[in-house]
Design a protein around this ligand. Structure first.
Ligand code: PMP
Length: 429
């Protein structure tokens, strides 16, 4: 039998860090990442034959569980027709119609091959239509790895951004203003001072890349108001929240209408897909209709469209999101109860089908500073103990957890039993 440790050592010889996306590497976990062989429903199975109840779900897409027979069937059905044509196909229109029906703020949509491309293109469009360069993002929000978005906060609202990765030109980063999440005053002050230079705000309407942080009451409304007042474009990055927080995404859940929406993950059913869209007026600026250039050799790939359409169609089953939310609440409530019983300071936050666990004595966490002040070492010990008990959580204290409709009450009970043991183990270390 080949072990994960052996595979990791081999992978590290020819793949930087042994992984094709950094968070998979279990950095700081003092154990090698687990190499998976297959997955079905709520479970992942590793190369050593161990089974895990999975709360990562391929970082979001697997909302009906892994290897969903309807999704696989839709892909299989099209497989023999060929993988890609580089021409228009009818299935791309079916996908566009479906998205626009499910998310009413989108009248037109362009498919991409990743979430990164979707946010990058949406920002180019916002800059193109406003003729402005500056963008606002929020500390701890992640929108993919394009240059404008790999920028961390300066001190104070109007400090010019600094790159958070070598390779991002300072001259580009200076156009990105980073503000604290959920800080209405900071947004208002920024717009008061440089509102006429702001092309767009891009925001995760529920933050899922600094653990799980829902918007405080009035925050999204404030963004909408500021953009309206200054003719700036409001972009909701719903790559994670789209079809997960509610059928119509976070914008339906919170009742805020963005100008542009970015999608990914669920929209591809597990295949490499992203999308961005908005009103016909704004989207008509995209090439070939308008001057803002955006393209992709494999964009709208027919197999990816088939997978995504099959998955989105299943989510329209009445009550799907209510049941998903109920599962999340059962899990979070059960975990909090067991933490209290074990004397461990831990709270949970959730929105629809996503959740987060924070090892903190605080009663809520609303921004990046508070998220990073949580006990990361306690999380690492909890993560490792849960893995040993057959529960696969995201290997980082700053990632949201994802529930699927394949998680049964027994799976949740298994998770709670595992946590009961893990809370004891982590206190002994
Ligand atoms: N936006 C958000 C909110 C995300 O969570 C992610 C990925 N986790 C992205 C954009 C980037 O998507 P991708 O990894 O597909 O490029």
């Amino acid at each position: 039998m080949t072990t994960s440790a052996e595979l990791f050592e081999r992978a590290c010889r020819h793949i930087p860090g042994g992984v094709n996306s950094p968070v998979r590497a279990f950095k700081g976990m003092q154990r090698p990442p687990v190499f998976m062989e297959r997955a079905r429903g709520a479970y992942l199975f590793d190369v050593e034959g161990n089974r895990y109840v999975d709360y990562v779900g391929s970082w979001g897409p697997m909302i009906t569980g892994h290897a969903d027979p309807d999704v696989l069937g839709a892909v299989r059905e099209r497989l023999d027709n060929g993988l890609s044509f580089g021409t228009p196909t009818a299935i791309e229109t079916t996908m566009a119609e479906l998205i626009c029906e499910m998310i009413p703020s989108m009248e037109m949509v362009r498919m991409t091959s990743s979430g990164t491309e979707a946010t990058m293109s949406a920002i180019r469009l916002a800059r193109g239509v406003t003729g402005r360069d500056k963008i606002i993002k929020f500390e701890g929000n992640y929108h993919g790895h394009s240059d404008s978005l790999l920028v961390k906060a300066g001190s104070g609202a109007l400090t010019h951004g600094e790159p958070s990765s070598p390779g991002v030109p300072a001259s580009l980063a200076e156009h990105t203003v980073t503000l604290p999440y959920n800080d209405i005053d900071a947004v208002e002050q920024c717009f008061e001072e440089i509102g006429d230079q702001i092309a767009c705000i891009i925001v995760e309407p529920v933050a899922g890349n600094m653990n799980c942080i829902p918007p405080q009451r009035g925050f999204l409304e404030c963004l909408r108001r500021a953009c309206n007042a200054h003719d700036s474009v409001l972009i909701f990055d719903e790559v994670m929240t789209g079809f997960r927080v509610a059928l119509g995404g976070a914008q339906a859940h919170y009742g805020i209408h963005p100008d542009l929406t970015c999608l990914g993950k669920i929209v591809g059913g597990g295949m490499p897909v992203g999308a961005f869209g908005g009103s016909e007026t704004i989207m008509s600026n995209i090439s070939p209709l308008g001057p803002v250039y955006q393209a992709g050799t494999l964009s709208g790939n027919p197999l990816a469209m088939a997978a995504g359409i099959a998955l989105l169609t299943k989510l329209r089953e009445p009550g799907f999101h209510d049941a998903l939310t109920q599962r999340v609440e059962t899990l979070c409530h059960g975990l909090e109860e067991r933490a209290v019983a074990a004397g461990v300071e831990m709270i949970s936050q959730h929105a629809g089908g996503m959740f987060g666990l924070f090892f903190t004595g605080q009663t809520r966490v609303d921004n990046f500073a508070q998220a990073t002040a949580c006990d990361a070492e306690a999380f690492r010990r909890f993560f490792s103990a849960m893995l040993d008990e057959g529960v696969y959580l995201a290997p980082s204290a700053y990632e949201a957890g994802f529930m699927s409709s394949a998680h049964t009450p027994e799976d949740i009970q298994h998770t709670l039993d595992a946590a009961e043991k893990a809370f004891v183990t982590m206190r002994q270390v």
